[in-house]
Design a protein around this ligand. Structure first.
Ligand code: FES
Length: 346
């Protein structure tokens, strides 16, 4: 099937396989279509059918609330064509400042399932092929029997890898969460599309790094730290990481963070508890980490005051935390928009 995407400034054409989402078809062929979540939530990929037929896909997709369906609007990340079609995208197609790995379709099998806290699990996917991704990117996972994909950031970092690592925090009422938390899920075949996301760490930019993360938002930050650690980035650049959790019982990945903080000469990692104080035993086990109390964006604002020069900030976590951190970075730190990176898939 042939798809034409029209914008006010021109048109792009590409092929789409039967049953393939239009967003996936375009992105895997190098067309920079608009998207953020890739999973039917944010509404960024809104488009209008000009000719031909498009099946709009997942009926309960939250992003459909941004559509005027009587005007044939649909979400590129959910819609599949029934034949050749032309669609109109509002605005211009995004331009990436530097090339990112081209996404594609993969199959993967789950393994190494582990319960990290009462509401956080981790697992790996062994892919049939190999994937290149940049630190900070995510993939969309689909499992049989659950409609709609789910976006999760990769925790690991490796070039041309066949192994992706993920961490998932339980959300109430999430069908994917209910599935993954109900029993150890090893050996399950999963459909994967990725890598996606533009909130990536590029060492060649030569900037100091500030990361503010809450809960499972730490996933992409660990990937960034792994990449930086591989070639001693924090020997010559400053790194400041703020990881927000509720209580000491909600802590995970502290071994890894302690390892990064020990290895990086100019890397400071702060764990902030929003409820209570860190027990002294935790401080003894992880001597390279610092522990504070308070909401993560407030802790970061207090500790970073006057230190925002030449910084790129990465923000990830639940939407209220991300909103608070973005407000702080824009209003208090006065960082320009291009130096603040985050993906909207909370
Ligand atoms: Fe399609 Fe977010 S709703 S990218």
């Amino acid at each position: 099937m042939r798809i034409t995407v029209q914008t006010k400034t021109g048109a792009q054409e590409f092929d789409c396989e039967a049953g393939e989402k239009i967003l996936h078809a375009g992105l895997r062929q190098g067309i920079a279509l608009p998207y953020e979540c890739g999973t039917g939530t944010c509404g960024t990929c809104k488009a209008r059918t000009v000719s031909g037929l498009v099946d709009p896909g997942w009926r309960e997709a939250p992003g459909r609330s941004y559509l005027k369906e009587e005007k044939s609007e649909f979400l590129l990340c959910q819609g599949t064509p029934s034949g050749d079609c032309a669609v109109m995208v509002p605005g211009k197609l995004p331009v990436d400042s530097a090339p990112l790995p081209t996404p594609g379709h993969y199959r993967g099998v789950t393994g190494s399932y582990a319960v990290l806290t009462r509401d956080v699990v981790s697992f790996t996917l062994t892919l049939e092929g190999r994937m290149d991704f940049s630190p900070g990117q995510f993939a969309i996972l689909e499992i049989p029997g659950i409609e709609g994909g789910r976006a999760y950031s990769m925790v690991n970092f490796a070039a041309r890898t066949d192994t992706l690592e993920f961490v998932i925090k339980r959300k109430p009422g999430g069908r994917f969460c209910d599935w993954i938390f109900s029993q150890p899920r090893n050996g399950v075949s999963v459909r994967v599309f990725g890598p996606l996301g533009r909130a990536v760490f590029r060492p060649e930019e030569n900037k100091n790094v500030l990361c503010i993360a809450g809960g499972s938002g730490i996933a992409g930050i660990v990937s960034i730290l792994s990449r930086a650690n591989d070639f001693d980035y924090f020997a010559t650049h400053k790194g400041s990481v703020f990881f927000g959790i509720r209580t000491a019982n909600d802590a995970f990945f502290l071994d890894r963070m302690n390892g990064f903080a020990s290895a990086g000469r100019n890397l400071d990692i702060v764990i902030a508890l929003s409820e209570g104080e860190a027990p002294s035993a935790l401080k003894d086990i992880y001597p390279a980490l610092r522990f504070e109390s308070g909401f993560i964006h407030a802790v970061a604002a207090a500790q970073m005051a006057g230190k925002f020069e030449n910084v790129t900030a990465f923000v990830a976590g639940p939407p209220p935390m991300v909103d608070g951190a973005l407000r702080m970075l824009i209003m208090e730190a006065r960082l320009p928009a291009q130096d603040i990176r985050y993906d909207k898939f909370g």
